[in-house]
Design a protein around this ligand. Sequence first.
Ligand SMILES: [Zn+2]
Length: 274
Amino acid sequence: MKNGSILLSLGCLLFLSCGEKAKNEKLETDEKIKSVSTIENTKKSDVFYHYSIWWAFVNKVFEGDITAGELKTKGDIALGSYNLLDGELIMLDGKLYQAKENGEVLEPNDSLKVVYANAAFFDKDGSFNIYKVENYETLRDTINKQLPSKNFFYAFKIKGNFKYMKCGGLHKQTPPFEEGLDVLIPNRPIFERENFSGTMVGFYCPEFIGNINVAGFHLHFVSDDETFAGHVMEFEAENLTVEFDKINQYQFVLPETKGYENVGFDKEFQYKKK
Ligand SMILES: [Zn+2]
């Protein structure tokens, strides 16, 4: 099995499309009838692709064995990081970005290695607009009220005008790695900007995901002018359009690297309550 790929089917697609229509009516959904029921026939957009696992990433597995080019075959939106934590990874509409620790935003070469990624082919199931968003917590509360259920995975594209945005980066590491993400994330480089437009891309995972992924919301950002990007920490926004894609299958691929072979799952780290 190449790359140790494991495919988990988290439910029957046919079952999902029943019984939830009523809840979705207010959301201007454009759900199509999903008549497929096997993994082989499933549309690629219904799979959450996950390279490495959060717990390994937290515990210093900072070198991966897939490339940026390969990641582009797994989705058209993504978030994650590059090898040696050389920048935050953001993919929007098939275009990949690398937000470096000095704040520079590059479009990486397809050969650049990826250490950690979440990706999906975005297939909009619903959308809604929010006139004013005071902060991240307000957005989470609003989205939580709009989602059909908190027990599925979701991908998001959230576009609008940002009065303020605070993004986090990562300091590039050199082996042997001393600290895990439990230390590096609280000490990450921070970038701020005011009054501009852009798009947040990211994912929601139910609490049951545990240490396999980030529980709750995880969003990355890229500005429309492609000069500002990173991991979303805080913001204030107006006229946001939230598009979501409900996902009921989850695939994770484990790195076939020495770092992963030998990782001890000693440390735990999760972002604050989402
Ligand atoms: Zn992030």
